[in-house]
Design a protein around this ligand. Structure first.
Ligand code: GDP
Ligand code: MG
Length: 670
């Protein structure tokens, strides 16, 4: 049995999903976080799975998000839908409900966030709502686990007895009614044949939904009759076809809410949020405040907390390394294997793991910002700026997520309404500095710019943003002409971040990082070790410069030489970095002659401060990792698109690093 969770963004779907399935998915206090369907079994009901769908406002076909959800509901035919409605925002949420009803799938409405409504002396007449909509309504609070048992029970009942929504006609205007009615009759056979609920198909046809029209496979004559009915309706109402349907729905929603909802008084949280927003989203203050906050985070992470933790971590690692080396020596292990374990695997993995404290601290702050509701404000403030450069404001969500990891960020570009906006966002998101780039930054900053850690760090993050902005400007005037689709972003109230949510987020990120260290990075390091230990004829080399790796590296070096990165070890590190950004560090750790010195110290042998900058710029901008590449392919839907993205990013990275290096060189900083 399959139960689908459907609802607007940020209405609590994932929270409910986690509660009923006992899982720990990412709950975000900002829309666009869940873009993939995830499935889990209801605790205590084996064989009953719940699907957490992305948040949508409507079942139109404007964004791939909506199309995915719609196709899921139409094709997979879940046994029941739980439609989650945010009770504090009931009017807007019911808009989706009205469309779900048309699907005629057994359905239950979970009226969520009732805790907030009650706290602020609001109330909702559940029975009236039920009768008006013809769907059972269960008040719940997903966060506080209230009403969940009843919800599960009612849903199971509806699914088993196939209790479909009782009402389907919500028209008030005659003209709309006539049009929908006539079209429903006309297409009934087609709808049955292609398994699309007739009423749903009819309203979509009135709205002018191309996808449904194609799916129904109508005859020429039928299409003309439909257009005729619509033209008549439009002439009668004096609005356009889409507005006719929107009006119909909102008219009904207004009536129903007037009779059943006592509006909660403005909550304390709301008033507090308004006050905070006066400053945080202020016309002039917003951006300086944002930079202030970001700078404090970088400063705290890299100068104050992270560096100390990292020192401890490094001495711990060194201790373990010495011990392990001694044990292996005692054991009399073959020198080649010993070198593989110590100089290869251990050196590489521990070099990357040493940066874990930075990642943890940075993400701790970022998840605090996200869960408090501030990220949604950042999106709001940036929206205006983004629109000026021809990007949809909606792109800000993927871009902000890009500071965590490009993979989910690129996927969340699905929520964008137009192909143009989506493609641009997919192209630009990887310019954000993801968590995997942090180790590279930290290593080089410690080696060359130790006095200004936070500043350089912030400059790197900003350069990524700047490049994305510039690219956006150029693209929207060349390949991607056209206007971005406007979007609505809601502001959740500011809240005290929940410890559980923040810890879960943090755990997710850290686990991911550790996983990568022991799988991907371990394998990559071993390969690198192998290539630098043997020459082309598989003889052990005394001097690393004679190895297979050096041979490959030298082939590639001319490509990087104009950037001041002509040393074969550097080009090798950059090329292996295509697999994952942390691998840049682990490769350097294997290749650099560390000896008694630290890795940071050893870097001075083949970098100057200027070439270090050039290196950082290149690392910041080129293709993030194979996982991201796979995501490009999936989201753009073509191999060609994927190759173009890689080419684009590498070119931009090369040019930017080239400019920086050449300018620096002319200024005599080399
Ligand atoms: P989704 O976008 O629909 O998956 O929504 P999430 O599950 O990510 O939740 C959005 C926000 O609403 C989170 O910050 C939750 O903590 C919060 N939330 C969810 N359910 C409730 C509830 O019953 N009461 C209150 N007050 N907040 C809730
Ligand atoms: Mg969610």
């Amino acid at each position: 049995m399959i139960i689908a969770l459907a609802g607007n963004p940020n209405c609590g779907k994932t929270t409910l999903f986690n509660q009923v399935t006992g899982s720990h998915r990412h709950v975000g206090n900002f829309p666009g976080v869940t873009v993939e369907q995830k499935t889990g079994d209801i605790v205590g009901h084996k064989g009953v799975s719940v699907v957490d769908m992305p948040g949508i406002y409507s079942l139109t076909s404007y964004s791939s998000d909506e199309i995915i959800s719609r196709d899921f509901l139409l094709k997979q035919k879940p046994d029941a839908i739980i439609n989650i409605v945010d009770a504090t925002n009931i009017e807007r949420n019911l808009y989706l409900t009205m469309q779900l009803i048309e699907l005629q799938i057994p359905m239950v409405i979970a009226l969520n966030m009732m805790d907030e409504v009650q706290e602020n002396n609001g109330s909702i007449d559940i029975l009236h709502l039920r009768d008006a909509l013809g769907v059972t309504v269960v008040p719940i609070s997903a966060k506080h686990k209230q009403g969940l048992a009843e919800l599960v029970e009612v849903t199971m009942h509806a699914a088993l007895h196939k209790t479909r929504p009782q009402r389907i006609d919500f028209c008030s205007a005659d003209a709309t009614h006539r049009a929908i009615h006539a079209i429903t009759h006309l297409i009934e056979d087609h709808a049955l044949k292609y398994e699309i609920p007739a009423r749903f198909a009819a309203t979509k046809l009135v709205e002018g939904d191309e996808k449904i029209r194609k799916q129904l496979n109508l005859s020429k004559h039928e299409e003309e009759t439909i257009e005729h009915a619509v033209t008549e309706m439009v002439a009668h109402l004096g609005t356009d076809r889409e507005a006719a349907i929107v009006d119909m729905r909102y008219h009904f929603i207004e009536e129903t809410c007037r009779a059943s909802v006592v509006k909660a008084k403005e909550s304390r949280e709301y008033r507090r949020s308004v006050k905070l927003d006066n400053v945080l989203t202020h016309k002039f203050l917003a951006i300086p405040v944002f930079f202030g906050i970001m700078f404090s985070i970088f400063w705290l992470t890299f100068d104050v907390i992270g560096s100390r933790l990292s020192d401890w971590m490094a001495s711990g690692m060194e201790y373990i390394g010495d011990w392990l080396g001694a044990v292996l020596e005692e054991f009399g292990l073959n020198p080649a294997v010993h070198s593989l374990v110590m100089d290869g695997a251990y050196e590489g993995v521990s070099a990357v793991l040493g940066f874990l404290p930075f990642i943890v601290v940075l993400f701790l702050f970022l998840s605090l910002l996200e869960d408090s509701g501030y990220m949604a404000r950042v999106a709001f403030v940036m929206d205006k700026l983004l629109r000026k450069i021809g990007l949809s404001g909606r792109s800000i969500v993927p871009m902000l997520m890009g500071f965590g990891c490009s993979v989910p960020a690129i996927m969340s570009a699905r929520t964008l309404a137009s192909e143009r906006d989506k493609k641009m966002t997919v192209l630009l998101t990887p310019f954000m500095s993801c968590g995997a780039k942090v180790p590279v930054y930290v290593l080089f900053i410690a080696a060359f710019f130790a006095e200004h850690q936070a500043l350089v760090m912030m400059a790197l993050y900003l350069s990524g943003v700047l490049l994305a902005v510039l690219s956006g400007l150029v693209m929207s005037r060349t390949v991607f002409r056209g206007a971005p689709v406007p979007f609505v972003l809601e502001m959740p109230n500011y809240r005290f971040p929940s410890v559980k949510t923040v810890l879960l987020l943090l755990w997710d990120r850290s686990r991911d990082f550790i996983n990568r260290a022991f799988t991907f990075i371990l394998v990559a390091t071993v390969i690198i070790w192998f290539l630098q230990y043997f020459d082309v004829r598989l003889n052990h080399v005394e001097n690393i410069a004679d190895s297979m790796l050096a041979y490959i590296g030298r082939l590639l070096a001319p490509f990087f030489a104009p950037l001041g990165l002509g040393d074969w070890r550097i080009s090798t590190a950059l090329v292996t970095g295509f697999s994952a950004k942390e691998v840049v560090v682990s490769t350097l750790a294997v290749l650099a002659d560390v000896g008694e010195d630290s890795l940071a110290g050893a870097l001075h042998a083949f970098f100057t401060p200027l070439s270090a900058v050039s290196f950082l710029i290149f690392t910041l901008l080129y293709t993030p990792c194979v996982a991201a590449v796979a995501t490009f392919k999936r989201e753009l839907g073509s191999f060609k698109g994927m190759m173009l993205v890689i080419l684009y990013q590498t070119t931009v990275a090369w040019l930017a690093a080239f400019c920086v290096y050449r300018v620096g060189w002319m200024m005599g900083w080399g």
